[in-house]
Design a protein around this ligand. Structure first.
Ligand SMILES: Nc1nc2c(ncn2[C@@H]2O[C@H](COP(=O)(O)OP(=O)(O)OP(=O)(O)O)[C@@H](O)[C@H]2O)c(=O)[nH]1
Ligand SMILES: [Zn+2]
Length: 467
């Protein structure tokens, strides 16, 4: 099982970093071109690029993509060469340890990469193992730094594992290197698929591996040692893709459901597709690289989920036969109890970075005895109407509360819990962080006991998109 890359890699080790087709790629100040392209995309979504919240978005997106693909501009050699330390080993007739033969593993390295098929960031939990040789060990942090060089590019999991494996093998010259990556890709939702597959999970997960030297053979004993030290990390060895096994269709944007549903979106705006191709080029990648050919179209299809749309048109399936004729009891004296709809999944797109934030919405309202709860699918439709927009979480929470309040007698509480890709994959890079916002109207705004009672009913841990 090899992980040698077709020579392309040698160029990266010695002379800088190839930009996917062999030459050294440098950031050619593509920031301005990316800002222009983002303005085209925002206009294609029907947005006003000068409105509050969007004015700096082109610059923020250019910065985020520049940060997110810094790997093209980094040299692996510089990282490893300065951190190889002499370390006595054992005579290998006696045993293995130290700088000769004792397995070394660094586990649970949280990285973020960009999916080359759809340009969405995806989280990677990386586990690196190597067997030292030549009585030399590498600085532990460099294993993560090298992995990050290849993660901070347009990637797909198996190639990422192979490139990290190959770079470490060439840099450290050990007896062998092993890489395990646990990757999660946001589900490629759209308003149809949210209903098509009501119990789908928010994440598409994949486990990939790569090995060199003594790890070349996936049945080698040393893999068993490696897995023996990885237990309890949720790694099901039977599900690991070894290089050469069937390359899974990793990105949901390439799945059949997405193709079926996106055919309903109709043809994508060619000007927006050209703009995304120019972004890829500005990042130093080759838009004609075969894995990137369809990427601009797939990214635009994702973005079109968040175009400005008309409330009535989007909800007309509900407006005509229900929304205004709900039995809402005006009589405030009848005994009311808190009714909840919890864990309604939603996806949205942060308007500051054009990056997804997603999670769950919990809705509570007071309902009189004898009345039926509102249709969950109506609440779901209202949540998705406001979710599938360029948003900020506070506004989303307010809009949902304001829309459902008149339907439910005015006493509502809305809680939104979400993971913000822009806070996890870039900038502060706070893996595992999540944001909760609350909107209250009517009785819930004056009665802390009612609020506490509803908040207590929210299950924990909430499925706020955590992996
Ligand atoms: N209040 C709020 N802020 C958000 C939301 N989504 C993203 N943001 C924030 O938008 C802000 C944009 O700040 P800027 O300083 O203009 O952009 P930036 O340099 O990318 O900021 P950093 O993320 O801190 O690197 C950041 O602090 C984001 O965390 C949201 O839903 N609500
Ligand atoms: Zn993807």
């Amino acid at each position: 099982m090899g992980c040698v890359i077709d020579g392309r890699f040698t160029v990266e080790i010695q002379n800088g970093v190839s930009n996917g087709c062999g030459e050294v790629g440098l950031w050619n100040d593509g920031g301005g071109a990316i800002e222009d392209a983002v303005k085209v995309l925002l206009e294609g979504l029907g947005e006003d690029v000068n409105r509050e919240g969007l004015r700096k978005t082109p610059l923020r997106v250019a910065k985020a993509l520049h940060e997110g693909t810094r790997g093209y501009r980094q040299k692996v050699n510089d990282i490893v060469q300065g951190a190889l330390f002499p370390e006595a080993g054992l005579d290998n007739r006696v045993g293995h340890a130290g700088g000769a033969g004792g397995l070394v593993i660094v586990r649970d390295l949280d990285l973020f990469s960009y999916c080359e098929s759809c340009l969405l960031p995806f989280p990677v939990k990386c586990h690196v193992g190597y067997v030292p040789s030549g009585e030399r060990v590498v600085g532990l942090s460099k294993l993560s730094r090298v992995a990050d060089v290849f993660a901070k590019r347009l990637q797909e999991p198996q190639r990422l594992a192979d490139e990290v494996c190959s770079a470490l093998h060439q840099g450290i010259r050990p007896a062998g290197v092993a890489i395990i990556l646990q990757c999660s890709h946001i589900h490629f939702p759209d308003i149809e698929s949210v209903f098509l597959d009501s119990n789908y999970q928010g994440w598409v997960k994949i486990l990939v591996s790569s090995g060199s030297g003594v790890f070349e053979n996936k049945n080698a004993d040393v893999w068993a040692d490696f897995f023996g030290l990885l237990k309890f990390r949720g790694i099901n060895m039977d599900k690991i893709h070894f290089r050469g096994s069937s390359d899974p269709c990793w990105c949901p944007s390439q799945s059949s459901l997405s193709a079926k549903v996106s055919s309903k979106i109709g043809p994508v705006n060619p000007v927006m597709v050209t703009a995304v191709a120019s972004v890829i080029e500005s990042l130093g990648e080759n838009p004609l690289r075969k894995e990137l050919i369809g990427t601009p179209t797939r990214f635009v299809k994702w973005l079109m989920n968040f175009q400005k749309s008309n409330f009535n048109i989007k909800l007309n399936g509900f407006l005509c036969d229900g929304i205004d004729s709900l039995n809402v009891n005006e009589d405030v004296n009848i005994n009311k109890k808190i009714t909840s709809e919890l864990n309604i999944p939603f996806w949205s797109q942060c308007e500051h970075h054009l990056l997804p934030f997603h999670g769950v919405v919990h809705i509570g309202y007071l309902m009189s005895d004898g009345f039926n709860p509102i249709l969950k699918s109506l609440l779901q439709s209202i949540v998705h109407f406001y979710g599938f927009k360029l948003q900020v979480q506070e506004r989303l929470t307010r809009q949902i509360a304001e829309t459902i309040a008149p339907l439910l007698g005015g006493d509502v509480i809305v809680v939104v819990e979400a993971s913000h890709t822009c806070m996890i994959s870039r900038g502060i890079e706070k893996f595992g962080s999540s944001t909760a916002t609350i909107g209250v109207l009517g009785h819930f705004s004056t009665d802390p006991t009612a609020r506490a009672s509803f908040l207590k009913s929210i299950p924990y841990p909430t499925s706020s998109g955590e992996q």
